[in-house]
Design a protein around this ligand. Structure first.
Ligand code: PLP
Length: 527
């Protein structure tokens, strides 16, 4: 190796600041092996140390790390030299994957309308694909609306030329005096309509929601720290508080825009109004992950459905974290009976070994022209699709035993951590979630009797401090959610064992005791 390459390797270039933050609490561990719910590192004595992983790829490992059947399939695919790159050719495996997803959709929602599939590589990419597709669709609907009112203008022009009276409201709407005449009023209306039609969409999303961190998707992610430095780059999003029905409809009203048109009735030219499709889409997680694992209440889901119906906004169901069986159903949204016009999947669709994502969009909404204007080099490749098919085969086997397992393991784990909450009400605020998507929320520690714990919490590092302690002391990989720093995610695989549940309980009980005692030295490793 040349000396310049060696020098470069010695420099810390790949996110050194993040490494520093992780290192400050002992989280900058290099894992060298992974299997099931475990990650392994090599300690200073050269021994392999096992860590129970409850983050599991931020919910990407419904089957665990390196599930033997998935690994076996991956080896077979590589040994068979399947063409990973064969863009612009037939991809029957992608079709098959979409077909199996459709079968599951039909079973869980009881509707047989087919969903078309556009594949991608990551969750945020699936979100961005849906943003683009929804905007292509909205653009066409906007153009249709404009064409419709323009047709009315032509008819009114003919009537005006023949001497029809022009209603005063027409001039008022155009902001012109009655003396202005028909041509001036018609061009003012046309200009106004064109200006409205040229506006970008407004998206709707929920408070606390997380939909990724790329240019478009970050604007749908509620966390201000992630979002606001980049608001100038993308379309506007209005955030709705979960449960606030009045606020939701108020936003709908505030954003409403109407195109003006003209019609001829009773011999007079009169003003008409036609709603413009302003909403790009309503993004919803049926179980909010990064907001601290919060299940969407079914009644509020129904209200969201009504808003989408009323406004024509597509309901874009982000199942990137909640989907693939984690909730005990393949689609968590099926449990609240809220079928998205779009459904997004990623994470576990890659089986822990591939990068895979898909946007599903129901037939009635699908714009096939999208296929000619959108693509990604790596998307829809044979390797990821075959791995996705293997994951679905494993989840669907034995009449959906995997979903029952997710529900049962989740319920068992939940009852154990609820018992901790009952014993430590001064320290634990709430247990939330469904199936194997559980959240363990600590009480805010910023006023802890321990100055060290309080300062750490005030600085926003409580989560990392707990994660560091859990790793050092209990060999547990436990992380806070991205936007709710006091909530720890428990998202293990369906193969979670009773012994692993015992370890989780023991670790969490110890952390609670330490917080109750205000033992900042032990938490922060300074004792
Ligand atoms: C609900 C949801 N949507 C989108 C994303 C973004 O996925 P990715 O990190 O693969 O871009 C995530 C990631 O955690 C997520 O939980």
């Amino acid at each position: 190796m040349s000396s310049s390459v060696v020098d470069a390797v010695e420099l810390e270039l790949a996110e050194p600041y993040l490494r520093e933050v992780l290192g400050s609490v002992g989280l900058d561990v290099e894992y060298v092996r992974a299997a099931g719910n475990s990650l392994f590192f090599i300690d200073s004595g050269g021994a392999e140390v096992e860590v129970l992983d409850l983050a599991c790829g931020f919910g990407s490992l419904i089957l665990g790390h390196h599930h033997p059947a998935v690994v076996q399939r991956a080896k077979e695919l590589l040994d068979a030299q399947i063409p990973v790159h064969a863009q612009f050719s037939r991809h029957p495996y992608a079709n098959e994957l979409a077909g199996v997803l459709n079968r599951i959709l039909t079973r869980e929602f009881g509707e047989s309308e087919p969903y078309s599939a556009i594949f991608g590589n990551s969750g945020a990419e699936a979100v961005e694909i849906s943003i683009k597709h929804a905007e292509l669709d909205r653009g066409i609907r906007v153009a249709e609306a404009v064409a419709e009112v323009e047709a009315g203008l032509n008819e009114a022009a003919a009537a005006a030329a023949a001497g029809a009276r022009i209603d005063a409201a027409v001039f008022a709407a155009a902001g012109l005096p009655v003396s202005a005449g028909f041509d001036a009023v018609a061009s003012a209306i046309t200009e106004r309509n064109a200006a409205l039609a040229a506006r970008g969409p407004v998206f709707l999303a929920l408070h606390g929601g997380f939909h990724g961190k790329l240019v478009g998707s970050i604007q749908l992610t509620h966390n201000e720290g992630y979002r606001t430095p980049f608001t100038r780059l993308a379309s506007r999003c209005r955030f709705v508080t979960v449960g606030d029905v009045i606020g939701l409809w108020q936003i709908v009203e505030e954003e409403r825009q109407v195109l003006h048109g003209l019609t001829v009735t009773d011999g007079a030219v009169r003003l008409t109004e036609r709603d413009l499709p302003v909403f790009g889409g309503f993004f919803v997680e049926p179980i909010q992950g990064e907001a601290g694992i919060r299940v969407l209440p079914a009644e509020f889901g129904t209200e969201i459905g009504k808003v989408c119906e009323h406004t024509g906004a597509p309901l874009i169901m982000d199942e990137i974290q909640s989907g693939m069986g984690r909730s005990g159903a393949f689609f968590a949204s099926s449990k609240i009976g809220l079928r998205g016009d779009y459904i997004l999947l990623a994470k576990s669709l890659g089986g822990g070994v591939a990068k895979n994502a898909v946007m599903l969009v129901r037939g009635e909404r699908y714009r096939r022209d999208f296929e000619l204007v959108h693509s990604s080099t790596f998307a829809k490749d044979a390797f990821s699709c075959h791995i996705g098919l293997k994951v679905l085969e494993l989840l669907e086997a034995d009449g959906g035993a995997a979903y029952r397992k997710a529900a049962e393991r989740g319920a068992t784990l939940r009852s154990r951590i609820e018992a901790i909450r009952d014993d430590f009400k001064d320290v634990v605020l709430e247990i939330r979630g469904d199936g194997l998507m559980l959240g363990f929320e600590f009480q805010d520690q910023s006023t802890s009797a321990s100055a060290k714990i309080a300062e750490t919490a005030q600085a926003g590092f409580f989560g990392f401090a707990v994660a560091g302690y859990a790793l050092r002391t209990h060999r547990l990989r436990l992380f806070q959610t991205a936007s709710a720093m006091n909530t720890f995610r428990l998202e293990p695989s369906i193969d979670l064992t009773d012994a692993e549940i015992d370890r989780i309980e023991a670790g969490l009980r110890d952390i609670c005791s330490l917080l109750r005692a205000g033992d900042g030295d032990r938490l922060l490793g300074t004792a």
